[in-house]
Design a protein around this ligand. Structure first.
Ligand code: NAD
Length: 421
């Protein structure tokens, strides 16, 4: 992973500590939020198609349950590690607090490359992992969802495995499921839609017209491809996109529906091999440094770091990914006058609609996609306004503004509940 061994958990601790001090909290009031409440590491045995037994490493970490059940995705990626999952779990706590939904934060992951597993291997891995974390999860305890390398089908297997262990159907144990088994309409696109709404909000705030504005998107998975598609529809010119296989760039703007069609049809959903008139191939580093008004990192953490932050030309960064900007890169960008809309606000659309899915599962009452999207927009717009307002009042960045809101909500919940026993 880029970023020179940067530890995302240390990154998170530093911002949270800074926000708590600015809020005037005593160390004893916020000390506990520096530690995850529970960490589980599991060794997952799977019989591979060639008859070998392979043991995979997996994690489920609950950072906080102060404001409600723990909530957060499950990542399948070769670079998954304890510090990454801890940081991702904590970011979920603060993300849920910024958008004010009644959840704490969690995250899970398995060290694996899902593109190298057959469907049977992936299913067995998912089911065995679910059984091993089952004592920790549940609709009232901890509710997983998709993240990098996982999707609706995998969430369906998690729901089925948990339900088989309980002996009855428990749709609310996981969100991001297929609609046919209790998934919410609009969940698949929710994170990217939230990124699109946030991008339109920041353009409005900065008085930059939408039409003709140029944007770059790093990562064309669930979040990036949806954000690119919806922004393109709004009139934003997407000039460059990339994924793990490299990037493509067109000064005139890419034909995003065509790129998305190509990605869907291509094995592994990769951009490599995409050809079109006036399109040239670039590397990920070139994409991050290309000329455009907006940059949307929507791949992995630590992509914009000390070594490349100076070369970023975009005026605005909207963080679709979790933790794409390291702390020292953030300082460089601030000095350059680049406006960064932080991950815990910009990519919160996914967890907001996951919350809607969980509410629908509990009530066994289902909403239309229009109703879901309308309520998502309301929450994203309100949260954006609150963050901008507090950042202006305190003369701080949008990231610090978001953390001032989030840390206050989490610490106040902790204070009201007290320390048991
Ligand atoms: P995904 O697996 O669907 O897509 C990830 C994309 O990133 C792929 O296109 C992949 O090729 C690309 N990628 C991986 N490594 C890369 C690299 N080194 N350089 C460039 N591209 C690279 O994952 P996703 O669900 O879209 O998640 C992307 C980011 O958004 C992650 O940080 C995730 O935590 C965050 N996020 C996801 C959701 C969600 O609902 N899926 C919600 C909130 C935040």
């Amino acid at each position: 992973m880029s970023g020179g061994g940067y530890n995302p958990y240390e990154n998170m601790l530093s911002i949270v500590g800074n926000a708590a001090e600015r809020l005037g909290y005593q160390q004893c009031e916020y000390e506990a939020i520096k530690y995850p409440e529970r960490e589980l590491k599991v060794s997952i045995p799977v019989y591979m198609d060639d008859g070998r037994l392979q043991v995979f490493e997996g994690y489920r970490i609950q950072h906080s349950t102060s404001r409600g059940p723990a909530k957060g995705g499950i990542r399948f990626h070769p670079a998954v590690n304890l510090d990454e999952v801890k940081a991702l779990a904590a970011w979920m706590t603060f993300k849920c607090a910024v958008v004010n939904i009644p959840y704490g934060g969690a995250k899970g992951g398995i060290v694996c490359d899902p593109s190298r597993l057959s469907e049977r291997e992936l299913r067995h891995l998912t089911r065995r992992f679910t059984a091993m974390i089952a004592p920790m999860i549940g609709p009232e305890q901890d509710i997983p969802a998709p993240d990098v390398g996982t999707n609706a089908n995998i969430m369906g297997w998690i729901m089925d495995t948990y339900s088989m262990l309980k002996g009855h159907c428990v749709p609310g144990v996981v969100t991001g499921k297929p609609v046919e088994i209790g998934g919410a309409l609009g969940r698949g696109e929710a994170t990217g839609r939230g990124v699109m709404l946030t991008t339109l909000n920041i353009l409005r705030e900065l008085k930059i017209p939408v039409k003709g504005t140029t944007a770059l998107v790093q990562g064309m998975g669930n979040v990036g491809s949806t954000a690119a598609k919806l922004l393109h529809r709004e009139g934003v010119k997407i000039t460059g996109v990339s994924d793990v296989s490299g990037g493509v760039f067109a000064e005139e703007g890419l034909d995003i529906p065509d790129v998305v069609r190509y990605l869907r049809a291509k094995k592994g959903n990769l951009l490599s091999g995409y050809e079109s008139a006036k399109v040239r191939h670039i590397t990920n580093e070139e994409l991050l440094a290309a000329k455009a008004d907006i940059l949307i990192p929507a791949a992995l953490e630590n992509q914009i770091h000390k070594g490349n932050a100076k070369s970023v030309q975009a005026k605005v960064i909207v963080e679709g990914a979790n933790g794409p900007t390291t702390l020292d890169a953030d300082e460089i960008l601030q000095e350059k006058g680049v406006v960064v809309v932080p991950d815990i606000l910009a990519n919160a659309g996914g967890v907001v609609v996951s919350y809607f899915e969980w509410v629908q599962n509990i009530q066994s009452l289902y909403w239309t996609e229009e109703y879901v999207n309308e309520h998502l927009k309301q929450i994203m717009d309100q949260s954006f306004e609150s963050v901008v307002q507090i950042a202006k009042e305190n003369g701080v960045s949008l990231r610090m503004g978001a953390y001032l809101i989030a840390v206050k909500r989490v610490v106040e919940a902790k204070k009201l509940r007290g320390v048991w026993p």
